[in-house]
Design a protein around this ligand. Structure first.
Ligand code: CDP
Ligand code: MG
Length: 644
């Protein structure tokens, strides 16, 4: 690395608000086994505290692990810290996220998603390789973080009782609700880091906006037009499709800018973006142009992009919601909480006074919930319970939750796991235990229903096919449809369409990709995301390896696999069956929820409507839609196989 870049990075490190608190922080961390660190986003918690610990030798008896709720944060922060420490990624500094591990035995500082640390705890409940664990972004309260609280707390206690190596726990958060964390962690010491926060002026719209993407474009253009306004613009939207559509609208408008206007460069920022592109958003724009960053809520707290003076907030967020009555996990666009809206606004005042434009009215803000509800209270728990059982925690109800989920969700999840054949009642103690099948299922980083599908595929002679399909399902859609070439894209897609549905279509695409050996121009001609396909190949390799490790014979159905594949899908997704009830409306099996085939499905236009279908997931937009749908016969056994 160039010497000047190195000294620049070191100078940046020293200039962070946290740098002056370094010694005081280390003193406190040394003398307390549990600490809660609260500090304004961007003050340097995530990148610096782990390095201070490393440099002080506090963590020398093991590895320092830092958890992140988001994969994109874990990766980008590890890259940044490796750069600051002048070491190649995967050596002293590394990361580990689902299906992507850049760590080695030499790694002393590891950024990992909370889900990955939970997975490690399955084979090592005392987390013995770690000397310090930092649970970052604790205010996000993801299911995995909440479970980790209990796991890490227990590991610390047992290690201390058995006089093993000490485990230090540091909980980090950007908000002030530190007391509840402190109380939970045995009255942990709370440390506040002084951040820099300049005033941020808040603007609301006078009337309710019908279309916030349109309002976003107008607001960004108005801000950009004003040459008095210096600094970059950060826009909060809900997801990738929205971001890309605003991106193309802004790019279209740019062509019409008068020549004396400042240039404007738009950077999308979301999890599925290639790492290189994510990194670009951190760099100053060429020739003093204005940057406009279109981000999901990842830029709320996990990621800090320098030079932001204006924030545009659509007021919505894509989040998981769970309805225990109908047993559905729904990813939907919901209003943010007041805490989230304030946090978003705060991003404008890091380096100088700024402004935040809320694309909603002040009355709307007044009605928002104060705080975001912990995810554990709004999501399906079957995957979590499977992991808890794999961790050896059988009495789920007694688990030390910071905020326990509702009893109804717990019961639902247990019921689903029971039907999947993953658990059985434990006669010797109160509680339940994993079956041999459940133990295998827990090894897979997949939803229990998909893990079951995969494990039971062998019975239908199509293991290889199911591995391929599951790999295709685990990435964002591999198909892309550019607005200006829509017709051609749809036309080229026709050859992949299967009368049996989307899962078989995904298999066809996978096979076609394989037969041309991943040829780049083939992908281009067929409107297939090359990069997503390489992720698919990578996931596929790892799933195949896992199958080998747990002793699953895969077997292949060859060309005539369609029925076997769909029967295998039912094997795990038997909760996701819906029957046609006239005019395109479907009713889910058991819960009788109204659902529709998603417009992106290859069955969307099929008439007559298939009488019975199985789907991979539900998405809720204007209606409740089934995504990735296949035709099944209603008399194919929908009763699950008995536990083994
Ligand atoms: O965790 P916290 O929000 O307190 O801050 P951080 O993530 O440690 O980031 C500290 C500073 O490092 C930010 O203000 C950014 O200016 C800088 N940073 C960066 O330039 N590039 C990154 N990939 C990450 C951080
Ligand atoms: Mg942070």
């Amino acid at each position: 690395m160039a010497e000047c870049q190195r000294s620049l990075l070191q100078a940046q490190r020293k200039a962070l608000p946290i740098a002056s608190a370094r010694d005081a922080l280390l003193r406190e961390i040394r003398s307390h086994d549990c600490c809660v660190v609260v500090g304004e986003t961007g003050s340097g918690k995530t990148t610096q505290i782990p390095q201070y610990i490393l440099e002080s030798g506090l963590g020398r008896k093991g590895c320092v692990g830092v958890t992140q709720p988001r994969r994109v944060a874990a990766v980008s922060i590890a890259i940044r810290v490796a750069l600051e420490r002048c070491c190649p990624l995967g050596q002293e500094v590394g990361y580990s996220v689902r299906f992507d591990d850049k760590s080695s035995p030499a790694t002393k500082l590891k950024y990992l998603t909370d889900g990955m640390l939970l997975r490690e705890a399955i084979s090592d409940p005392l987390l013995s390789r770690y000397s310090v664990i930092l649970l970052d972004e604790a205010h996000e309260r993801t299911v995995h973080t909440d479970i980790l609280f209990g796991v890490v707390k227990t590991a610390q206690k047992i290690r201390s009782e058995k006089q093993l190596k000490k485990l230090r726990i540091i909980v980090m958060s950007a908000t002030l609700a530190a007391e509840s964390f402190s109380n939970y962690f045995n009255k942990a010491k709370i440390l506040y880091i002084q951040g820099r926060q300049f005033p941020v002026e808040i603007f609301y719209t006078a009337i309710k906006q019908q279309d916030y993407t349109h309002a976003t474009v107008t607001t960004v253009l108005q801000l950009h037009e004003d040459s008095e306004k210096k600094g970059d613009i950060l826009v909060f939207l809900t997801g990738r499709e929205e971001i890309e559509s605003v991106n193309s609208l802004l790019t279209l408008c740019k062509v019409m800018f008068p020549s004396d206007w400042l240039d404007m460069i738009v950077f999308p920022f979301y999890a599925a973006l290639p790492t290189k592109k994510q990194q670009d958003a951190f760099l100053p724009a060429r020739g003093g142009a204005r940057k406009v960053i279109l981000s999901t809520n990842v830029a709320e707290t996990s990621i800090t992009i320098p030079n932001i003076r204006y924030v545009v907030d659509c007021g919505m967020v894509k989040a998981k919601g769970y309805n225990p009555h109908i047993g559905l996990d729904l990813l939907s666009v919901q209003p943010v909480s007041k805490a989230q809206a304030r946090q978003r606004a705060g991003r404008a005042g890091r380096e100088a006074p700024g402004a935040c434009y809320r694309l909603y009215t002040e009355d709307y803000f007044a009605e928002l919930l104060n705080d975001t509800v912990p995810e554990i209270q709004r999501s399906s728990l079957s995957s979590v319970i499977l992991q808890l059982l794999a961790l050896g925690i059988s009495n789920i109800v007694e688990f030390d939750f910071m905020d326990p989920p509702s009893e109804e969700s717990l019961v639902r999840a247990l019921e689903q796991l029971y039907l999947l054949g993953a658990i059985e009642t434990d006669s010797s103690e109160e509680g339940v235990k994993l079956t041999a099948l459940g133990l295998k299922m827990a090894q897979f980083p997949l939803e229990p229903s998909l893990a079951k599908t995969l494990l039971s595929a062998g019975e239908h002679g199509c293991g290889v096919e199911i591995v391929n399909i599951v790999s295709m399902l685990s990435v964002d859609s591999v198909l892309f449809t550019p607005q200006d070439k829509r017709e051609r894209a749809l036309e080229s897609r026709r050859k992949f369409v299967s009368p049996d549905g989307d899962h078989l279509m995904l298999l066809k695409i996978y096979r076609a990709f394989k037969s041309v050996k991943g040829n780049k121009s083939w992908c281009h001609e067929n409107f297939i995301h090359m990069r997503h396909m390489s992720t698919v190949m990578d996931v596929r390799r790892q799933l195949t390896e896992l199958c080998g490790r747990v002793g699953v014979e895969l077997g292949t159905g060859g060309a005539e696999c369609s029925e076997g594949v769909r029967r295998a899908l039912i094997g795990g997704l038997f909760m996701n069956i819906a029957e046609h009830a006239g005019e395109g409306k479907y009713l889910t099996h058991k819960t009788r929820q109204q659902v529709y085939i998603h417009p992106s499905s290859c069955l969307f236009h099929v008439k007559p409507h298939p009488p019975c279908v199985v789907y991979s997931e539900l998405v809720y937009t204007s209606k409740c839609y089934m995504r990735n749908v296949s035709v099944v016969e209603s008399d194919w056994s929908t009763t699950p196989t008995t536990p083994r």
